[in-house]
Design a protein around this ligand. Structure first.
Ligand code: DGL
Length: 273
C-alpha cells in the first residue's frame, strides 16, 4: 500500500510519513534539517500559505488551521507531526496534544542557546507579534532570559516577503534594516531567528547586522528532537531507500511551486491542498 492510500484508522508504523506544516513556506527551513538528518524518512509538508501570516491571527483562528492540517496529515498516515512554526506552536500545541494521540513536536525561539552563546549578555529576538505576546514566550524568558538582556522585535511584513520568494529584494532588505537597527542599537551580539521563515533571509540579515553578530535558529535542534522521539516510540524508518518528500500548498499565486522549489533547493512534487 502506498503512503497516499494509508487510512487514518491504521496504527502508524515506522514506514509511515512524517507530517510537517507551517503557516506557509517557512517550515521548509526545518524540513531541510529533517531531510538531512533522516533521509530515509518519507516527509509530507503542508504550506498553509493562503492563511499566512499566522502572526497577526488570534489563537482560536490558528488552532482551527492547525486542526484542519493535522486532520489532513493524519488521514495521509502521518506517524508524527512537526509544527514547524513558532507562532502555531505557541498558539496551538497544547490543544493539539489534547486532541491527538500521536507524538507532536513543536518549536520555540532559541532563547537558551542564544543566552549561552552571547559574549556580552545582550540578545535580540526577531519573531512574529503572535510569538512575542504568547504565554509560552513569557515562560521561555522567565526560564532562560533572566541572566541576559533581551531585546525583542516583531517583524511585521517579513513573512509575506518570504512567501512571495523575495529573498534578496530591496523591500525585504529595508524591512530587515528597520527591524535589526533597534537590536544593534542596544548592543545585541546574538540574534535569534524566532520564526521559521527568517533563516531564508539569513544572508540579508548578516548584510545588515555584520558577520560579528551570531544568528541562532532551532531547525537542527528540532530535527534532532524528532529523531529522538521516533527512536523512543519505535517509529524510526529503517529503510535503506531515500524517502519521498511531497508538498501541499493552498497558495494560489502563479509562482507557488517555484517558491517552494527555490526554498527546498531542488525539484519538488507540489500538490494543491
Ligand atoms: N513560520 C512562522 C513562525 O515560525 C511564521 C508565522 C506567521 O505566519 O506569521 O512563526
Amino acid at each position: 500500500m502506498s503512503a497516499q492510500t494509508i487510512i487514518s484508522s491504521e496504527i502508524p508504523v515506522a514506514t509511515n510519513p512524517i507530517g510537517v506544516f507551517d503557516s506557509g513556506v517557512g517550515g521548509i527551513s526545518v524540513l531541510r534539517h529533517i531531510h538531512a538528518l533522516l533521509p530515509q524518512e518519507q516527509l509530507f509538508y503542508v504550506a498553509d500559505s493562503q492563511y499566512a501570516p499566522y502572526g497577526n491571527k488570534t489563537d482560536v483562528e490558528i488552532q482551527a488551521r492547525c486542526f484542519a492540517i493535522a486532520d489532513f496529515l493524519i488521514a495521509k498516515g502521518a506517524k508524527v507531526l512537526v509544527v514547524a512554526c513558532n507562532t502555531a506552536t505557541a498558539a496551538a500545541i497544547d490543544v493539539m496534544r489534547e486532541k491527538y494521540s500521536l507524538p507532536i513536536i513543536g518549536m520555540e525561539p532559541a532563547v537558551k542557546p542564544a543566552a549561552d552563546a552571547s559574549k556580552n549578555g545582550i540578545i535580540g529576538i526577531l519573531a512574529t507579534v503572535g510569538t512575542l505576546k504568547s504565554a509560552q514566550f513569557a515562560a521561555l524568558l522567565e526560564s532562560y532570559g533572566r541572566n541576559v538582556e533581551v531585546v525583542t522585535q516583531a517583524c511585521v511584513g517579513l513573512v509575506e516577503c518570504i512567501e512571495r520568494g523575495e529573498l534578496t529584494e530591496k523591500n525585504t532588505k529595508d524591512l530587515i534594516q528597520e527591524y535589526c537597527t533597534p537590536l544593534l542599537a542596544e548592543g545585541a551580539d546574538t540574534i535569534v531567528l524566532g520564526c521559521t521563515h527568517y533563516p531564508f533571509v539569513r544572508a540579508l540579515i548578516l548584510d545588515v547586522v555584520g558577520h560579528d553578530v551570531a544568528l541562532v535558529d532551532t531547525g537542527a535542534a528540532v530535527a534532532n528532537q524528532l529523531k529522538n522521539r521516533l527512536v523512543e516510540k519505535g517509529l524510526l524508518s529503517t529503510s535503506n531507500q531515500p524517502g519521498n518528500v511531497i508538498f501541499w500548498t493552498n497558495n494560489i499565486a502563479m509562482n507557488a511551486t517555484q517558491v517552494i522549489e527555490m526554498l527546498w533547493g531542488a525539484h519538488a512534487e507540489v500538490n494543491v491542498l
